[in-house]
Design a protein around this ligand. Structure first.
Ligand code: ADP
Length: 505
């Protein structure tokens, strides 16, 4: 800002002066000099201190006469400085007291002006004030930056995660206490050394790749990998790396937050073990239960035959027939449940070898079988052309389509058409999206994720079903690197979409 030029915001001045003529002269001079100022004048130092001492300081400059009733301008400035009140200070005094100037400047007052009889000091004041304000504002900004730095340093110091800073040459620049605890190296042992000392031998190529990504402006988030401790042992970590840039935006290095995920890994391994045991158990139980179930059904058949033979004219009573039907239905349903359970427990263990698969052939077969099952050969099913070749297990893909098409028929396809197709992916996209769409009643948004849960059937879902079809499809797809979701609105049908890796062949 040019001295004397009007500033955008008025300079807020607290003027302590008991001579009203001088107050008026100062106001006039500031106005004449084009200083945009907002002046509050008080005659007494106590009032000024009271105003400055309560809450945020509403002034940028304290302009005080030296000669004040009961005290002096110098005392007032000393008090303001002692209390660390953030404000610029300018002192005015009468001629012949130059020794005071030295005292004032020693005390830390910003500027000192001697009132001359020809009032030349007023001109000087208008030139000086904007400069005092500029210095004061710079001091404030510096203070705030320092406070922020101290705050950030405290966060880094107290973090549970290791925070490691390094330059472009990969030399370690900073190393917080958590890094000492996690890696076992003290800061003085690693600062200046190459970051690669923390990488296991077979992970060395990670570093240049990460730097390339940072140079490209990317941030690396939750990248799970291995690091090496001082004692040589390996450590599972999750890395979040951010670029460090200088004031001109030039990349200067990076800072990595290194989270020790050993406990998470252990928990995952335990969960996988428990999962495998549960699946083995399910497989065993569902298979073992099928044998007695078969014998129940066999016995039932024998009973029906025997009773029919012994009953007069071979007629079994209505009641008995109803009982037989109930048992038949229940055992059939139980058999299907056991079959589904056995299948479900095997997903991801058998027959998952992927190959290049043309979905069209599978869809055609599934539709023929579904028409047979639904005993409706005229079922309106539209099948798209030109399906992309997928990289998956054909038997599993068939099970997915089979479930989705059966559902489309069961829950709403009968009166309307079913569409089976695919959506074009962006060039370079490694997955393809396929869908089975019906014009049925649709599924409310609140239940759209629940229908993929095991045994979940929507209220009022008629017809046979164990509530496992969609859960089964989801597990199959996930085991092949895919995912499934539904797009549906009540009254407007449902589209079940899934994606799977495309074949590169
Ligand atoms: P199930 O078919 O044995 O009931 P699923 O897991 O296949 O079990 O489906 C779960 C529930 O999701 C079904 O009970 C039904 O309420 C709902 N659902 C599935 N597919 C559709 C569809 N195409 N239209 C409407 N609701 C559906």
């Amino acid at each position: 800002m040019t001295p004397g030029a009007p500033s955008e915001h008025p300079i807020r001045i607290l003027l302590v002066e008991d001579d009203s003529v001088d107050v008026a002269a100062i106001r006039r001079a500031l106005g004449r000099g084009g200083v945009n100022a907002d002046v509050t004048a008080l005659p007494r130092a106590e009032d000024a201190l009271e105003l400055l001492g309560s809450g945020p300081v509403p002034f940028e400059v304290l302009l005080t006469d030296h000669r004040l009733p009961g005290t002096s301008g110098l005392e007032l400035c000393r008090e303001v400085l002692a209390r660390r009140i953030p404000i610029g200070t300018v002192m005015l005094t009468g001629a012949g007291s130059e020794h005071l100037a030295v005292k004032a400047l020693k005390a830390g007052v910003d500027e000192y002006l001697i009132k001359d009889t020809r009032n030349r000091y007023l001109e000087l004041l208008t030139a000086l004030l904007p400069e005092v304000v500029r210095r004061h504002r710079a001091r404030l900004a510096h203070g705030e930056a320092q406070a922020t730095l101290r705050h950030l340093a405290a966060i880094v110091e107290s973090s549970h995660d290791a925070i490691v800073g390094h330059g472009l040459d990969l030399a370690i620049i900073s190393w917080n206490p958590a890094a000492e605890r996690i890696f076992g190296w003290r800061a003085d042992e690693v600062v200046g050394k190459p970051l690669t000392m923390l990488l296991p031998q077979d992970h060395r190529e990670e570093m240049p790749r990460m730097m390339e990504r940072l140079v490209a402006g990317e941030r690396i988030e939750n990248y799970e990998t291995l690091r090496r401790r001082k004692d040589g042992s390996l450590l599972d970590v999750s890395l979040t790396v951010s670029p460090i840039r200088d004031g001109d935006g030039e990349l200067r290095g990076a800072s990595a937050i290194v989270r020790d995920i050993t406990d998470k890994r252990r928990a995952e391994a335990a969960q996988r073990r428990a999962h495998r045991e549960m699946e083995a158990f399910l497989f065993r139980v569902s298979n073992d239960l099928r044998t007695p179930l078969l014998s129940v059904r066999g016995m039932l058949e024998l009973m029906r035959e025997d009773l029919g033979r012994d009953a007069p004219e071979g007629n079994i009573s209505e009641d008995l027939l109803t009982y037989f039907e109930h048992i038949d239905r229940s055992t059939t349903w139980m058999g299907r449940l056991l079959e589904d359970l056995a299948e479900m427990s095997q997903v991801g263990h058998t027959d998952t070898t992927p190959s290049a698969v043309d979905p069209r052939r599978i869809v055609d077969q599934v539709v023929v079988e579904a028409r047979d099952r639904a005993r409706d050969t005229s079922l309106d099913v539209g099948i798209a052309d030109g399906f992309p070749t997928l990289w998956c297990n054909p038997k599993r893909l068939r099970q997915v389509f089979s479930n989705l098409v059966d559902n489309a028929i069961k829950f709403g396809g009968r009166d309307g058409a079913i569409q089976i197709g695919w959506r074009p992916a962006d060039a370079g996209e490694r997955h393809a999206v396929l869908f089975v769409q019906d014009r049925g009643p649709g599924i409310p948004r609140s239940e759209q994720s629940r229908i993929f849960e095991m045994f979940y059937r929507r209220q009022g879902s008629e017809g046979p079903g164990t509530g496992m079809g969609l859960a089964f499809a989801k597990r199959i797809l996930e085991s092949m690197g895919g995912a499934i979701w539904v797009e549906s609105a009540v009254g407007q049908g449902s589209a079940f979409l899934f994606h799977l890796p495309r074949s590169r062949t």
